[in-house]
Structures are given as C-alpha cells and as structure tokens.
Design a protein around this ligand. Structure first.
Ligand SMILES: Cc1cc2nc3c(=O)[nH]c(=O)nc-3n(C[C@H](O)[C@H](O)[C@H](O)COP(=O)(O)OP(=O)(O)OC[C@H]3O[C@@H](n4cnc5c(N)ncnc54)[C@H](O)[C@@H]3O)c2cc1C
Ligand SMILES: NC(=O)c1ccc[n+]([C@@H]2O[C@H](COP(=O)([O-])OP(=O)(O)OC[C@H]3O[C@@H](n4cnc5c(N)ncnc54)[C@H](O)[C@@H]3O)[C@@H](O)[C@H]2O)c1
Length: 467
C-alpha cells in the first residue's frame, strides 16, 4: 500500500490543478514544494509579480491617463522600488493564502522540501532537517517548472546583473538598463522600466521580435516603446556581461559595448530537473531540462506524468493548469476531453497584445484566403473615455464561409477581450454573428462589431466585382 494515490512534485499552476483534480476524484493526494515556494514560479517570481508590478507602474506613472490629462501627468513624481514592491508583496501573500486554503479544503497533504526520485513509485523528501523521508505513491506527477538560464559568460550578482527572478528585487529603479533577449519576458520588463523612465536598450539575436505575433501589432509595439526611449538592437548577440565598479558592461559579438546601471538577462529558461534524480525512476531529460510526454502527459514510465513548463512549449500558466488537470484525470482513470486546440496568447507589454488563431503571415504561407476587418479604439466611444487612442482589434475572416481565422488585439484590455473572439471561433461562429449581435455601449468589445462590419463590407465589395 502506497502512502498516497497521487503525489505531485511542484506546486505551480500545473501541480495545483493536478492535485485538486485527483482529490476531487476521492484520491489521497500530496504535493511537494520547497519552503516559500507555494504557488510556484507563477506566484512567487513569474506571472503574478510581473503582472502586479505592471499594474503598479501603470497606476503610479499615470501613463495610461496621459492622453486625457497631458504628457506630464503623474500620480507620483519619484517612484521608488518600495512603492512597487508593496503592491507585489500584498498580492503574492493573498494569492499564496488562497492556494494554501484550496489545497487544505481538498485534503491535499502539503509536504515541504525538495523531492528526488528513490524509484518509480517513491521519492526522497529533503526537508532540510538532515533526515530525508521516503514517501511513496501509486502515481507521480512531475510539475517542477523551469528557472532562468544562467550562462557562464554572464557575471550575475543579483544586484546589477540580474535574471527575471532578480529583477523584482532590485534596490532602486535603474537609470539605464540592457535587456538581453526580446522574448515575452524581456519585452514585458522592457515596457515596465521604460514607462518608469529608465533608458532601456533591448538586444536580440534574431532580426525580429515576437515572431509568432501579428507583424503590424509588433510594429505598433516597437513604435510605442521607441516613444518611451527604448533602443532596439536586433541581429546582435550578447557574448558576455561583465560587472564593473560603477556599472555593468554588455559585450556584443559585433564588438559593441553597452554600459548600463542594470542588465536583465532574459534569454530563455531551463527545466528544473537536475535535482530530481530522474534516472532512479528510469527517466531522463533533454539538455534544456525538459521531459518528454505523450498526448496524455505520461512519461516513458507508465505511472509517472509530467506537466507545465517542464515539458516545454507553450510554457504558460494558462496551459499548464489544463495540462495538470488532464494528467490527473488520466492518471485516475477518469475520462477527459483533450485541451481545445484554440489557445490564446496574452503578452503584457505596454500596451498589451493578445491573439487567438492564425496570423496573416501563417495564412499567406498556407495559401489560405482571408479578409481583414479592423476597429480602432480611437473610433469607439469607450476608447475615447479610457484615453486609448492607439488600440486596435483585427479580425481575419475567411471570405468563403465567413469563419473567423484569427483575432488580434492591441491596447487596453486586449488580454481580456480576445476571449470573445476565442469563444466565437471555438463554437464555429462566423463574422455574421458579430455583425448581427448587439454589444453593450460604450465598450471596447464593440470593436468586434466594427471590425466584423469592416470585413463584411470588403468581402461584399469583392463578391460584387468578382460576380
Ligand atoms: C517573468 C515571467 C512572467 C510570466 N508571465 C506569464 C503570463 O503573463 N501568463 C502566463 O500564462 N504565463 C506566464 N509565465 C509563465 C508561467 O509562470 C509558467 O508557465 C508557470 O508558472 C508554469 O507552471 P508550472 O506548473 O510548470 O510550475 P512553476 O510555476 O514553474 O513552479 C514549479 C514549482 O516546482 C517546484 N519544484 C521544482 N523542483 C522541485 C523539487 N525537486 N521538489 C519540490 N519542488 C520542486 C519549484 O519550487 C516551483 O515552486 C511567466 C513566467 C515568467 C518567468
Ligand atoms: N505573457 C506571457 O504569457 C508570458 C510572460 C513571460 C514569460 N512567458 C513564458 O516564459 C517563457 C520564457 O520566456 P523568455 O522571454 O525568457 O524566453 P524566450 O526563449 O522566449 O526568449 C528569449 C529571447 O532571447 C534571445 N536570445 C537568446 N540568447 C541571446 C543572446 N546571447 N543575445 C541576444 N539575444 C538572445 C532569443 O533569440 C529569444 O528571442 C516563454 O515560454 C514564455 O511563453 C509568458
């Protein structure tokens, strides 16, 4: 008899949902995580702190209100790190309490410490007492997540040269900053610091950034960030980052050197599998620490599952939660439907970006005909009311049957309103539904109707000409 029916390694979004799903099926469940890491990277160093920091930045700088009150409008003149940290700490504490409560009321045992495999049905729990405890389970779910990649060529000191974990603990708002890597993490933090008045330089190895997004929207983002004095260096690779007395020095392969108060290295992440003694369970990870799974999130060993960032793409809190739930259902022999293929992407840059479905480039590459319908926030009453003159919603519509092929949103509440398009697409709706629907007025959601009318008008014009 095992100690538990299901044991989860890691309490991030995927681990929590796996544990709760199994508990709801009446299983005896335990979840293991290190002290002070309840909620995982998501709550403690990643999603939640970064999104809270963004809200604090937007509020205190008054940036989103400047269209209405003038370019010098600010809520607070000198914004300090403690102004920003206060809000972040408050939200982390509250969210951790919520998670602790949810786990407790589902009778999930919380085991504190680092787990490593003893064999395929047991782990050693190192609680820091000097005496490891063996805990066994019928099924084990690995939800160990990732940590920032830290190459040897970068002289991290967690003060002037930081990764995305360290950036939330900076002692002061830097006057200048180099962001290495224009991925999602890099661009979200570049936006926040630029809004705070830091002179930001972004160095990116590729010629373009956020290539999976709509190109027009990425162009708009670059325009806005340049307006906040961000410099982009595309097609440039950082070879090394050195710490000096007064500043950090970023050395590019091209020979350029960039000095800055702070360097944030955000060029990828590494699966947290090196502490897991995977070989004791008959498992292994790839060189980026990721574990292979099948469509049911089962690893090469039948009773062991892996979910969340540790299995790689798309590595989002949103998808991780679903993976955890589905893995637990499968492990407990409970039938479940597959995750819906339509998954939204939300990027909390300033302004924010969100989309679902295909991009124009993808449709063009696959020779799929489409028409574009656009709504600009500045032409919506709500856009004027909230002072967003740059936002836009773009619908990509099939001229053959009116199906929505993609929805792309830029600006205020993009990450929320994208779900309207996702629901219509997911239910097989067409552009006609949006044309015929009455939306609350004044709202940003009304953009759907405006864009749908735009696309329908264009399709009708072509049909008239084409016969
Ligand atoms: C700066 C940043 C911003 C982000 N923003 C967003 C966003 O806006 N939206 C979004 O959807 N996603 C975002 N993400 C991604 C999101 O945070 C991750 O996808 C999500 O946290 C992954 O969840 P997970 O369940 O894999 O576990 P994680 O949250 O990675 O947590 C893993 C947990 O496992 C524990 N663990 C590891 N090894 C062991 C062991 N041996 N024993 C015990 N415990 C162990 C760790 O301590 C940790 O608590 C962001 C990430 C970062 C870094
Ligand atoms: N809003 C969100 O959903 C959100 C927010 C943050 C993070 N995340 C997730 O976190 C994960 C990690 O994000 P990330 O941004 O760290 O990784 P990433 O791999 O997406 O981006 C890293 C970037 O750094 C560049 N790069 C690598 N080495 C370089 C070098 N030496 N010099 C210059 N450029 C270099 C790469 O070309 C790449 O564009 C992603 O999977 C992302 O989905 C999601």
């Amino acid at each position: 008899m095992y100690d538990y029916d299901l044991l989860v390694l890691g309490s991030g979004p995927s681990g929590q949902k796996a544990a709760i799903a199994a508990a709801k099926l009446g299983k005896r469940v335990a979840i293991v995580d290190r002290r002070d890491m309840l909620g995982g990277v998501c709550i403690n160093t990643g999603t939640v702190p970064s999104k809270t920091l963004r809200e604090a930045v937007l509020y205190l700088t008054g940036l989103s209100q400047r269209d209405l009150y003038g370019s010098s409008y600010r809520v607070k003149e000198q914004i300090t790190v403690s102004d920003l940290a206060a809000r972040t700490q408050h939200v982390i504490t509250r969210q951790t309490d919520v998670i602790r409560n949810q786990l407790a009321r589902n009778h999930i045992a919380m085991l504190t410490g680092t787990g490593r495999f003893a064999d395929a049905h047991a782990i050693w729990l190192d609680g820091g007492t000097g005496h490891d405890t063996k805990v066994s389970a019928d099924k084990i779910v690995i939800a160990a997540g990732t940590r920032p990649a830290r190459p040897d060529s970068v002289d991290f000191d967690d003060r002037t040269i930081v990764d995305s974990d360290g950036v939330i603990n900076l002692e002061k708002v830097p006057r200048s900053m180099v962001v290495v890597g224009a991925g999602v993490i890099g661009m979200e933090y570049a936006s926040m610091f630029a809004a705070l008045g830091t002179k930001v330089t972004v160095v990116e190895r590729r010629e373009k950034m956020l290539e999976f997004c709509d190109e027009e929207i990425v162009e708009s983002l670059k325009y806005h960030l340049r307006d906040l004095s961000v410099t982009f260096r595309f097609g440039e690779e950082v070879a090394a980052v050195e710490r000096h007395q007064t500043a950090a020095l970023c050395i590019l392969k091209s020979g350029k050197k960039i000095a800055a108060d702070t360097v944030m290295y955000s060029a990828g992440r590494q699966g947290q599998t090196d502490d897991l003694a995977l070989e004791a369970a008959g498992l292994s990870a790839d060189k980026r620490g990721r574990i292979d799974v099948d469509t049911n999130y089962r690893t090469a060993v039948d009773n062991i599952y892996a979910v969340g960032d540790v299995i790689g793409f798309p590595a989002l809190a949103s998808t991780s939660m679903e993976q955890g739930r589905l893995a637990a259902q499968h492990a407990c022999g409970e039938p479940a439907r597959e995750m819906h293929e339509l998954q939204p992407i939300g990027i909390y840059t300033i302004p924010e970006i969100s989309f679902v479905g295909k991009t124009e480039d993808e449709l063009t590459d696959s020779a799929t005909p489409f028409e574009v319908g656009i709504a600009r926030y500045r032409e919506l009453a709500r856009g004027q009311i909230v002072g967003d003159s740059y936002g836009m919603l773009k619908l990509l519509v099939s001229p053959d049957d009116g199906r929505l092929l993609g929805v792309h949103v830029f600006g205020t509440a993009a990450t929320d309103i994208v779900h309207i398009g996702q629901a219509v697409m997911g239910c097989g709706g067409t552009v006609d539904y949006l044309v015929d629907t009455v939306f609350n007025y004044p709202t940003l959601s009304e953009a759907y109707k405006v864009a749908a009318l735009d696309a329908s008008n264009k399709i009708r014009n072509i049909t008239r000409i084409d016969g």
